[in-house]
Design a protein around this ligand. Structure first.
Ligand code: GLN
Length: 484
């Protein structure tokens, strides 16, 4: 039995039936890490000893007859912008080298209550700025389906770890597509929850009005189980919604009869690779075959998502990243006076993309330009949100490709930031509108997986799970895995 490729819900059953132990499971995952990590490089740091201790505690609890929570003993990888107490957290930035958070993020606290086994911290684009994990301040991660290609980003390490069998579950964060696009490139499931559904306490901020933590998993049921564990109100995050959270597994019925699904014509026009279009067409056929009604619709303002996002996100980032000054966190490059120390620390600590964003954001917020850029972008954001409100009066869900292409080659887009930014063209609007979206495998382009994205109204994660689950059952792709 290949333990490290089974989904968490099956592993949970095997644990409870005492057919495997948590220590065996953790051992299987670390053997897999030993076998493939030198090629994939999904992790910045692994936690083998701690993980085995956690696994032993789960086995002891089970032996003493304790009732285990659904994710007990399941190996889970954590994106390196989420604080795990006592474990170095760098956001893949040299400027945070040596920063050890003295507290747990709320999502981590909740997963500790579940007795999840934390495998390690995963690689990412520095401060989550990027779409390929090539902006990591340390090294790029490879796509397990094709080692010459990127895993997507910025949660590339988390998606690659799940796809390669180096973790069963993972946490990512999504500001403009960073969970969904890597999920699409790596053939796994990724959910960006409604803004406010999952606490951001302990997530290192990139663009606070857009950031959300979410699950990256092997199948849709695992995604629902992980969301069950991390969702819900948190008084420590003032943007957290005081919302009752349902049991998302109750939505996992393979039935989309009567579902009205809209495909925005803005998302199937130019710029989408023919093989991605072919996957989308096939998905539409499958959904219609199951009784859903699929129709073309329009989101007239989503074509302004990219410019609006690249003003709002850098503006927030320029303010959030001001705290890395060499005094309070991580790296300090000493100098004779404090201003020179700030300058040297920031020049050496931040990578090129992060500097570009800080400059863009500072410019957009500066006196005289604020109205022309930042304020205007906020108005466009409102128009985009209204487009979704309108669409959801007629449709239960919106369907689109997750990304315009399958995984691209390492190095292919590094010299052209705009080409890189375009990789999120279908995911950005979702964050601007604050609505939830899931990427689920839809098919293959040759040897490369291609995901599709379902977008729903605020707090309609259940509906997303239902459609994604139905598609997963019908498309039968969940069992596919990379050869590596
Ligand atoms: N790729 C987008 C960016 O570079 C989105 C990143 C993200 O979602 N964190 O900003």
């Amino acid at each position: 039995m290949d333990l490290c490729f089974l989904p968490a819900h099956e592993l949970g059953r095997l644990l409870r039936e005492k057919k495997v132990s948590a220590v065996e499971l953790a051992g299987a995952v670390y053997s897999r890490i030993d076998a493939v990590e030198s090629r994939v490089k999904a992790y910045l740091l692994t936690l083998k000893e701690e993980a085995l201790n956690q696994a032993r505690a789960v086995d002891a609890a089970l032996a003493s007859g304790e009732e285990l929570l659904p994710l007990a003993g399941i190996p889970l990888a954590v994106k390196d912008n989420i604080c795990l107490r006592g474990v170095e957290t760098t956001c893949a930035s040299k400027i945070l080298k040596g920063f050890i958070p003295p507290y747990d993020a709320t999502v981590i606290e909740r997963l500790k209550e579940q007795r999840v086994v934390f495998t390690g911290k995963t690689n990412m684009d520095e401060f989550a700025m990027g779409s390929s994990t090539e902006n990591s301040g340390f090294y790029p991660t490879a796509n397990p389906w094709d080692l010459e290609r990127v895993p997507g980003g910025s949660s590339g390490g988390s998606a690659a770890a799940v796809a390669a069998g180096e973790a069963v579950l993972a946490l990512g964060s999504d500001t403009g597509g960073s969970i969904r696009q890597p999920a699409s490139f790596c053939g796994v499931v990724g959910l960006k929850p409604t803004y406010g559904l999952v606490s951001r306490y302990g997530l290192v901020a990139f663009a606070s009005s857009l950031d959300q933590i979410g699950p990256i998993t092997r199948d849709v049921r695992d995604c629902a189980l992980l969301l069950n564990a991390i969702a819900g109100h948190d008084p420590r995050d003032s943007t957290s919604a005081p919302q009752e959270v349902p049991d998302y597994t109750e939505f996992l019925v393979p039935d989309v009869r009567g579902f009205r699904i809209g495909i925005p014509r803005e998302y199937v026009g130019e710029g989408i690779a023919p093989e991605v279009r072919a996957v989308l067409n096939r998905v539409v056929e499958l959904l219609e075959g199951m009784g859903a009604e699929v129709e073309e619709t329009s989101l007239p303002h989503v074509r302004y998502s990219l410019p609006a996002y690249y003003l709002i996100a850098p503006a927030e980032a320029s303010s959030n990243l001001a705290r890395y000054d060499g005094v309070r966190y991580g790296l300090r490059v000493p100098a004779e006076d404090v201003v020179t120390m700030y300058k040297r620390t920031r020049s050496q600590g931040f990578g090129a993309e992060v500097k570009r964003r800080i400059m863009l954001g500072t410019y957009a917020l500066s006196a005289g330009y604020y109205d022309a850029y930042y304020l205007k972008a906020l108005k466009v954001r409102t128009l985009i949100r209204r487009d979704f409100d309108e669409a959801f009066k007629r449709f239960d869900l919106i369907l689109s490709p997750t990304a315009p292409t399958p995984a691209f080659k390492i190095g292919e887009k590094v010299a052209d930031p705009l080409a890189m930014y375009l990789s999120d063209i279908f995911t950005l609007a979702v964050n601007l509108a604050g609505v939830p979206a899931i990427s689920v495998p839809g098919g293959f382009a040759g040897h490369l997986p291609v995901g599709v994205q379902f977008i729903g109204p605020p707090f309609a994660e259940g509906q997303l799970f239902r459609a994604a689950y139905a598609l997963e059952q019908e498309a039968g792709l969940a069992a596919k895995r990379p050869a590596l």
